[in-house]
Design a protein around this ligand. Structure first.
Ligand SMILES: Cc1ncc(COP(=O)(O)O)c(C=O)c1O
Length: 350
């Protein structure tokens, strides 16, 4: 018999396929990461911090929260920094839900929501995104009951890249005032779509964001939650005082001092690489889900063979199944040069 709660002892771990990934050996298009190194000033700031002999001190975060708030055009009291947005997701779900509550999590989607919901032993209701209709707004609305304590909206959704209209999010927040509405804006810089501006008008709205994707810093683990000041204060009762690594704060301060570096990358990905790759897919007649993100979920005829072929040629992509168990490949875009090479490689395979 386990010393742990039986439902936790029986569930599986969240294990993304990380083995053997090496940016010096592969073009990594499998985790929606930035495909180019970060700004040299970010690296230098981390080196300088280490050289300054401060590693023996506990983290102290200075004014990083207000710098994030300025970047987001919200109040400092509306922001909590976290150890990646995964921690934001975990804290929100743990703080809002108790065993037996209902959680509406449209799928397929990012695995972490289910992971945390299962740890809390929630009943998960999973309406489906669809390639043609996108976000299942009416199914979500219809699923709301007096037991609903959590509704997750990834905007855009991963792996599908689906955009969720702002009015749908707000209609759902209004329809379920007793539930935490977790809006995951992990890819915000690529889409510029947000509901962070209305967290005071919608007291159940909680936005999670990250420096892992566009800013290229998933290794240092830095995210943040935006919500009304009262919610942020409550979540701070749960987050530990040192949960965010000091070196992450150093890196993020340096990154925020030079936003142009990130903006330039976003521009190249969204205005050059994405349309170039989608045009290629159209020409080849390869089906894909409409995406507003820096990645696309495509359904070539022989997905497993294509994935293996790309792997042999140093490119990693991510197989993901849809609700009918059909395998697609989720591929994130990189620079123009990288996308041109990807297109050449896939053309040879075809
Ligand atoms: C939708 C979504 N949310 C959150 C995350 C995790 O972000 P973080 O690295 O900040 O924990 C990911 C990572 O793939 C994601 O796709």
């Amino acid at each position: 018999m386990s010393i742990f709660k039986s439902h936790i002892a029986e569930m599986g771990a969240y294990k993304p396929p990380l083995d053997g990934r090496d940016p010096h050996e592969h073009l990594l298009l499998d985790f929606n990461e930035r495909t180019l190194p970060v700004c040299p000033t970010v690296k230098q700031a981390m080196i300088d911090y280490i050289q300054d002999d401060r590693l023996q001190c506990y983290p102290s975060y200075g004014n990083i929260t207000s710098r994030i708030a300025d970047y987001c055009n919200v109040q400092t009291s509306q922001v909590m920094i976290t150890n990646g947005s995964d921690q934001g997701i975990d804290l929100i779900i743990r703080s809002a839900c108790r065993e037996g509550n209902e959680a509406i999590i449209p799928g397929p989607t990012f695995a972490m929501y289910h992971q945390v919901a299962k740890v809390e032993n929630l009943n998960i209701i999973e309406p489906s995104y669809s390639k043609d209709k996108g976000f299942p707004k009416s199914e979500v609305l219809a699923a709301i009951t007096d037991k609903t304590r959590l509704i997750v909206i990834a905007n855009p959704n991963n792996p599908s890249g689906t955009e969720v209209p702002r009015e749908d999010i707000l209609a759902i927040a209004k329809a379920a005032p007793e539930a935490a509405i977790l809006v995951d804006e992990c890819y915000f810089e690529y889409t510029q779509q947000t509901v962070a501006d209305v967290v005071d008008q919608y007291p159940n709205l909680l936005v999670t964001r990250t420096f892992s994707k566009t800013w290229g810093l998933p290794s240092v683990r830095f995210g943040y939650v935006i919500s009304n000041a009262e919610n942020i204060n409550t979540l701070l009762n749960v987050r530990g005082p040192y949960d965010i690594n000091q070196l992450a704060v150093v890196a993020i301060e340096a990154a925020l001092a030079n936003p142009g570096y990130t903006e330039q990358y976003v521009k190249e990905v969204m205005e050059v690489s994405k349309p170039m790759f989608e045009e290629f897919l159209d020409q080849q007649g390869i089906e894909y889900w409409p995406s507003v993100a820096n990645f696309v979920w495509m359904f070539p005829e022989k997905p497993e063979e294509l994935e293996q072929y790309l792997r042999r040629n140093g490119v990693l992509v991510r197989p993901k199944t849809d609700e009918s168990s059909r395998v697609g490949l989720r591929i994130n875009f990189g620079s123009k040069y990288q996308t041109e090479n990807l297109i050449k490689l896939i053309s040879l395979f075809l």
